[in-house]
Design a binder for this molecule. Sequence first.
Ligand code: NDP
Length: 327
Amino acid sequence: MPYQAAQSRYDSIDYRRSGKSGLLLPAISLGIWWNFGGNDLLENSRDMLRTAFDLGVTHIDIANNYGPPPGSAEDTFGAIYRQDLAPYRDELIVSNKAGYRMWPGPYGEWGSRKYLIASCDQSLKRTGLEYFDIFYSHRPDPDTPLEETMSALDTIVRSGRALYAGISSYRPEMTKQAVDILRELGTPCLVHQPRYNMFDRWIEDGLLDVLGQEGVGCICFSPLDQGILTNKYIDAVPGDSRAIKNQWSDKLPAAKLDKVRALNELAMERGQTMAQLALAWTLRHPQMTSALIGASKSSQIVDAVGALDNLGFSDEELARIEAILGG
Ligand code: NDP
């Protein structure tokens, strides 16, 4: 049976403007860093993409190196796109990035014009898309002039390979410089993609201010700290969890898990799951356009979208969260 998107797909989600741009992003977006690679079950990946779109999650985030192996998440996305999502291209925002190692030699990573443009072309081929909606510099390059990296993004947009440009993991000062250069080139910076969650709050120290002042959106990655900020690890480490699959279960810090147990009490009082509390908390900033989750099964996407039913926090609740996190 050919896929037919749910009629109700725009009923349950919030769309937020990315900075001062014309583009609205869903408050929950789905990234395919894990669980869409060459060794994962295609039918599960397909089910997740269908579930996301049926719920109004119109934004899918990719990077050249997602898999494993690198590039295979793009292949998976491309296969599912052709089967299911192609009729809905104009309802989708698909982003891609380049910055990390993709091929051997001096032109296979970082921020040169040579690498970014070649990588974008490879990514278009692997996904089968004619263009990406957003193309990012995936990480700042300490050795390439910022002007070169930003002018490569400008070229990618002007040549029609992407509609908007973004940056990821740039510190506040370099963000301001990148935003200025892009504005001068005539391709404004749409969005910044930093890591942000209850355990990693570096963006509160300057970056959110810069983004607010410059009118640039923000989409935070790993808002659940790769699953730690859910109820998944509260009692035990499940065998099918990312911690086991990626072999970091022995590094799960007991102190963090104690905090999650205390936060989970608050979540239950609010009638939310732990994941929903963690997502709502990231979305409390006016600059935060979207929380960019990952998932290993469709039920986690349903859970994440459910966070949007209760985004408000009282001062008491925020103070209690601070006390738990600081304790
Ligand atoms: P999250 O912090 O949302 O972690 C996702 C993982 O948490 C899932 O795979 C799942 O793990 C678990 N999980 C999710 N929802 C639930 C739930 N409701 N209940 C229980 N467990 C849950 O995000 P990611 O770290 O995956 O990052 C999200 C996206 O951000 C990536 O796909 C990518 O697009 C982007 N990203 C960008 C980076 C950058 O440098 N710009 C770097 C990293 C990510 P499990 O498998 O154990 O079920």
